[in-house]
Write a protein that binds this ligand. Structure first.
Ligand code: FAD
Ligand code: NAP
Length: 582
């Protein structure tokens, strides 16, 4: 037992089992954390509310679900063998394939025996005397662990808007993030779908192929770029695998944590013809890299207007009915909300049985027994799809009663918005780690990269605490305040902070408006984490180490010594507001 005798002696009496670490969640974050901790010789237990691994990809089984970061990059990079042996079938793999990959990882690294499925953690409280966490589940487990690691996901708490009459509707209502495992056959049904975010945009074209009538309720029109998804050829896969580490390294050096070609030239320095040419080329490449067409698109409103108008003209060119086309044209900042990536989304509105209902000025009034009422009109359905998104970043924290020092709860602490040092830990909650927590790049990076970097940092940190025989690690208030301030300040340089997106919690009424992810770019953030570690965990108090221990030896997982790609993300580029972020 790696944490040593000390813990055994101080174990609280009323717990069933003691672990070095409890990890909550068995998505990519929880799985990799488990793998790292086991590799370092720690005992660990994972609790997972779902019946299997995969997190996002276990729950989001709606038709058309797939990744929007290319699969050759939206995958773990920690194992060269895994990279070499796994073959992705498409540029953007569909959900079943990503879930199969997650299951493969679980089997390959022998993770399942340490995971308790169908078990939700309900409470975690810090025990001052025992210097660790008491954890309780909805199945009655009461365990103790020195470290508690939240791997509960940024987009895992489904948002169910409290529509009036919700219970009156006689047919089924499906949330995209809680989709039935057996699938849903919409053949011949009249279907209503609420929302036009990424989940809706992926599912609408597929549902439209089955349904006899499909009505989309749109509150905010959405920008979407074609995915141009395609099967991957063996030659293409071979070309990547010939030097996969090089691609991974290039990805880590990018602000987004994934690699794609982009152009640093400001749109405002290009002629209208050059802009048009550049946008056309980027559109033909498709997907999120479209935002890399110019360097100033997310920093200068005037530049953004040019790409927004280009995208609106694409919609006008696709959608035949001019009134529907205008309704589908967004008026907000391009890329301010998460950009969507689609296959045939706008084309779907040319089908005679697909209808768009604008609920921007006249919101959904109520659910009735037969459907949905808007502005005095009842739309009748056999089934309703709620593609209404998530209580992002902190929603899954809200569902657990987390109590730190002196009985303070995380809910109280974060009432005015989440506060965490580097997004990894928070004052008053020693030995509690938050993978892709608020204040880290998380959802603004390719998330598997963000997860791996956090897990490696945390695993190295936990090993260090063990090596020096310490009891706890906890951030210092002043450092946390400075980091939170920095996260806020950096967000202001981006147009991203200007709209009512889930990045700022605006999709959930009553939430404080705080830009939650760190927008300063992935490599800059990694460098900061490395510095903190190399300086002996600067900004943290490490308590209880025997003073006779040798000076701390800090280990840093080698691959995170990322060189900054200074051509694209130099401090000067940041200052000039030219840090393309996705
Ligand atoms: P999750 O996968 O969300 O896993 C968290 C797990 O914790 C869940 O299984 C949940 O059941 C469990 N859990 C939560 N609370 C508890 C509790 N109290 N007790 C027990 N278990 C609990 N990101 C990208 O970078 N690229 C993409 O293309 C992309 N596509 C996406 C598509 C969809 C439909 C969605 C919703 C998100 C997408 N994301 C994408 C973001 C995606 O969430 C991350 O890429 C990644 O899968 C997150 O992994 P995770 O392990 O951190 O969290
Ligand atoms: P989302 O982007 O938050 O979209 C939710 C949609 O529901 C929005 O159109 C929203 O309108 C609408 N909505 C919410 N409450 C409503 C109400 N009361 N009345 C009417 N409309 C309402 O959620 P999501 O589509 O599930 O995507 C969330 C995130 O998950 C994405 O941004 C992305 O990061 C990730 N994701 C990725 C992919 C992918 O392509 N790989 C697919 C799915 C999800 P408003 O815009 O007006 O709030």
């Amino acid at each position: 037992m790696a944490a040593g005798k000390q813990d055994q002696q101080q174990r609280p009496a009323e717990v069933d089992t003691v672990f070095d670490a409890v990890i909550v969640g068995a998505g990519f974050a929880g799985m990799y954390m488990l793998h790292r901790l086991r590799g370092l010789g720690f005992t660990a237990r994972v609790y997972e509310a779902g019946g299997g691994v995969g997190g996002t990809w276990y729950w989001n089984r709606y038709p058309g679900a797939r990744c929007d970061v290319e699969s050759m990059q939206y995958s773990f990079s920690f194992s060269e063998e895994l990279d070499q042996q796994w073959d992705w079938s498409e540029k953007y793999a569909p959900q079943p394939e990503i879930l199969a990959y997650a299951n493969h990882v679980a089997d390959r690294f022998d993770l399942r025996q340490h995971i308790r499925f169908d078990t939700r953690v309900t409470a975690a409280s810090f025990d001052e005397a025992a210097k660790g966490w008491r954890i309780e589940t909805d199945r009655g487990d009461k365990v103790f662990a020195k470290f508690c690691i939240m791997a509960i996901g940024c987009l895992s708490a489904a948002n169910h808007p409290p529509f009036k009459g919700r219970e009156d509707f006689k047919g089924p209502v499906y949330h995209t993030g809680e989709w039935p495992h057996e699938g849903v056959d919409f053949t011949g049904l009249r279907v209503g779908i609420i929302g036009t975010g990424s989940s809706a945009i992926q599912s609408i074209p597929i549902i439209a192929q089955q349904a006899s009538a499909l009505t989309v309720f749109q509150r905010t029109a959405t920008y979407s770029v074609p995915a141009w998804n395609a099967k991957l050829t063996p030659e293409y896969r071979r070309s990547i695998k010939a030097d996969y580490p090089a691609l991974r390294a290039k990805a880590r050096a990018r602000p987004t944590g994934f690699y794609f070609p982009f152009n640093m030239k400001p749109a405002l320095e290009a002629s209208p013809e050059e802009r048009e040419r550049q946008y056309e080329e980027a559109w033909e490449r498709g997907g999120l890299p479209f935002l890399g067409a110019f360097g100033d698109l997310l920093f200068e409103k005037e530049a953004n207007d040019t790409i927004a108008e280009f995208a609106r003209n694409k919609i006008r060119g696709i959608v035949k009915d001019p009134a529907t086309a205008e309704l589908l044209c967004p008026s907000n900042v391009f890329g301010c909300k998460r950009l969507c990536v689609d296959t045939g989304y706008f084309e779907t509105y040319n089908l005679p049985h697909v209808k768009l209902v604008d609920v921007s000025r006249t919101p959904i009034e109520r659910f009735t027994s037969k459907g949905i009422e808007v502005d005095g009109t009842e739309y009748q359905f056999d089934a309703i799809v709620s593609a209404t998104g998530f209580a992002a970043m902190t929603g899954s924290f809200d569902k657990i009663s987390i109590t730190g020092r002196n009985g303070q709860t995380l809910a109280e602490k974060w009432r005015a918005g989440p506060r965490a040092y580097l997004g990894v830990a928070t004052v008053g909650f020693p030995n509690l780690f938050t993978i892709t927590g608020p204040g880290s790049p998380s959802v603004l990076a390719s998330m598997i990269q963000a997860i791996e970097q956090h897990v490696d940092w945390m695993a190295d940190c936990i090993a260090h605490i063990r090596d020096i025989g310490a009891a706890t690690i906890e951030p210092i208030e002043q450092y946390q305040d400075e980091w939170v301030e920095h996260v806020n300040e950096v967000s202001k340089i981006s147009l991203r902070s200007t709209c009512s997106s889930w990045y700022v919690g605006a999709n959930i009424p009553g939430r404080p408006r705080v830009f939650m992810p760190y927008i300063g770019g992935f490599p800059i953030y990694v460098q900061k984490c490395n510095e903190v570690m190399s300086n002996g965990f600067e900004g943290f108090v490490i308590d209880g180490a025997d003073p006779r221990n040798e000076a701390p030896r800090v280990r840093l997982t080698e691959r995170w010594r990322v060189p900054l790609d200074i051509d694209v993300i130099s401090p000067a580029a940041v200052a000039a507001r030219r840090v393309p972020v996705v």
